[in-house]
Design a binder for this molecule. Structure first.
Ligand code: SF4
Ligand code: SF4
Length: 243
């Protein structure tokens, strides 16, 4: 089996440290915004887009996104809906990003990616301090080499915090829900699973007032859906035992 290091190498990713430098300057040609089917949004990305256009997250989802259940994760995924034969991002207009100042995190970080290193064979830690964040440089083979950056400065310029409590909580919520969803899908009929997936989508992505603070609302929504799914799982277990 390939190690994570070998896999990253095969995909052309290089590990990069926070204060390591990379050379990249985006010439705003817009090519990375077409032929794209992989611009996944987190609840915060959808909230930011809704706030930018002064519409509800539900309207933003309807106008710009589509949803599906992740093949392996079995988790509801939201992505920007590609348009036309060139699969253009719906937020690209006249080669400009309509949400440039609040662009989705994957777009803002590009060509840098980040991941959380999970301790092996244990539940997701309670505190972000128990985990380490790793960074990768995905050589974009575009733009020019007019600028040199460190990862630290790149994140600062795009207002992405290095100690990102939201990134930790969102990853933890997803990981915990995925574990329960795999179990529930083995025990519940498809109709019930569709109701559960809808409840997750509505609670985590749509249940926001764009005039209020995002993080406070996200934490509340995350707690509510985790509590509901854990209750459902316990009910399911006890029903299985009694059957
Ligand atoms: S959100 Fe903006 S930067 Fe991201 S793919 Fe769409 S147009 Fe491009
Ligand atoms: S990141 Fe690269 S492909 Fe995308 S707009 Fe900038 S130069 Fe063009």
């Amino acid at each position: 089996m390939n190690s994570i290091k070998e896999l990253k190498e095969q995909l052309g990713y290089e590990e990069i440290g926070l204060d390591d430098t990379f050379t990249f300057h985006c010439t705003q040609c817009g090519k990375c915004c077409i032929h794209r089917e992989d611009i996944l949004l987190s609840p915060k990305d959808l909230f930011n887009i809704a706030k930018k256009f002064q519409i509800t997250p539900e309207d933003a989802l309807e106008q710009y996104c589509e949803t599906y259940i992740g093949c392996n994760s079995r988790f509801p995924i939201v992505r920007l809906r590609p348009q036309g034969s060139v699969k253009r991002c719906p937020l690209l207009k006249d080669q400009k990003c309509l949400v440039h100042d609040v662009k989705p995190t994957v777009c803002a970080m590009f060509p840098i990616g980040r991941y959380l290193s999970l301790p092996t064979d244990s539940d997701f830690p309670e505190s972000p301090d128990e985990m380490s964040v790793g960074y990768i440089f995905n050589n974009p083979e575009c733009g020019d080499e007019a600028e040199t950056h460190t990862v630290r400065n790149w994140f600062r310029d795009f207002n992405i915090p290095l100690k990102d409590d939201y990134f930790f909580t969102w990853t933890k919520t997803q990981a915990t829900l995925c574990k329960h969803l795999h179990f529930l899908e083995e025990h519940l009929p498809e109709k019930t699973m569709i109701s559960i997936w809808n409840a997750i989508l509505i609670t985590l992505y749509l249940n926001y007032d764009i005039t209020e603070d995002f993080l406070t609302q996200f934490q509340k929504n995350s707690d509510a859906i985790l509590s509901l799914i854990k209750t459902l799982r316990n009910v399911d277990i006890s029903m299985s035992k009694n059957s």
